[in-house]
Design a protein around this ligand. Sequence first.
Ligand code: YNC
Ligand code: MG
Length: 391
Amino acid sequence: GHKFWGTQPVPQIGEAPPEVDGPIEPSKPVEELRELYELLSANYVEDDDASFRFQYSAEFLSWALKPPGYHKDWHIGVRVSSTKKLVAFISAVPIRVRVRENQFDASEVNFLCVHKKLRSKRLTPVLIKEVTRQCHLKGVFQALYTGGVLLPTPVSTCRYYHRCLNIPKLVTVRFTGVPPNMTLARMIRLHKVPDRPRLLEHGLREMEDRDVPQVANLFNRYMQRFQMVPVMSEEEVRHQFLSGLGEGPRGADSWKHRREGQVVWTYVVENPKTHKVTDFVSFYSLPSTIMNSDKYNLLNAAYLFYYGTETAFEPGAEESGRLKKRLEELINDALVIAKSADFDVFNALTLMDNVCILQDLKFGQGDGLLNFYLYNWRTAPLAGMTAQPVA
Ligand code: YNC
Ligand code: MG
């Protein structure tokens, strides 16, 4: 054998030819992202009883922090002067938002983090004032941010819901429990999902670059249903919905394809006759560190992201229940895809049209809340950010 080459990312002699072309190991994050990744991995958001802590991947951070038009000046870190160790961070990215009938450019502030050893020293106001100053320098005077903590004053508050996909693991790590009137076997059966997405027959496939114009159009029209939404250009839609890791294989099982380091997953339904994209659904990967289990270190969680369907624009679709049915089909297929990609749980918030599908798709209510905030913008509270409940 080859003592050295056997350890390198090169095809090994005698290895079967690949099904898809692409890298053998994921690209390494640049040094600054590695440091941020390490700060957040040890010090970022935990659940109420400190059992799980978000573990953003370097690929996720790169996706979230470098959208089209991002500013390096809006990625702000604090280092210890002697050691240069990164101990605090805050970021903003440009976003165009519509709140009710007003559209404006704003910044979306995220990844505020202070090292555990430096808490309660009023470093947070320093970070917030600096990111505000940097936004002002770019002519941006409004901001959007979310948080589990209650601050003055939410425009909306959403609850997390969880669809369990891997019951044995979720029970083992005490993410969920077996209710007294239930057995583990019955719970597993209850949470089974189909082997294949139902909408494959109707043209469901992974989104590709050529779908960007149609998805952008459908996204912006569908978002008109809601009171506070991002407004996205085609370039932004490409960034938000395509993994940037290239197209997968073609053929019957291509929906199962998963790329190393993939963050966002988007599927479209293309009408086989008209070639029109009629629906899309997306989710992203955000694992959490499991802090109190010897058996598992990582909870593989998928989060429902954006979706849209032309069904919403058909007369009577809402009243007749056709819209609810279509959203259930779409999101159920997202569950099937997530399950086949080995996600343990699929999370969703009580926003957009989610509320109407949560119960039938067997999501359970979580204890986490997410508050939505606007900086320097007054508006009456937004009704859970949902549209009118769909029949
Ligand atoms: C928080 N999450 O109330 P008062 S979410 C905002 N967002 O101020 P110190 C927060 N403010 O009440 P610590 C906050 N948490 O006295 C606390 N505060 O007026 C406020 N956790 O500061 C707090 N990440 O430094 C108080 O607090 C003041 O050492 C106290 O640090 C807090 O990214 C924190 O949950 C959260 O790393 C950094 O606990 C720390 O306790 C930590 O003494 C784990 O601070 C990770 C975590 C938060 C995730 C997020 C959104 C942040 C939004 C910030 C606001 C942006 C405003 C818009 C600016 C741009 C404007 C333009 C244009
Ligand atoms: Mg502090």
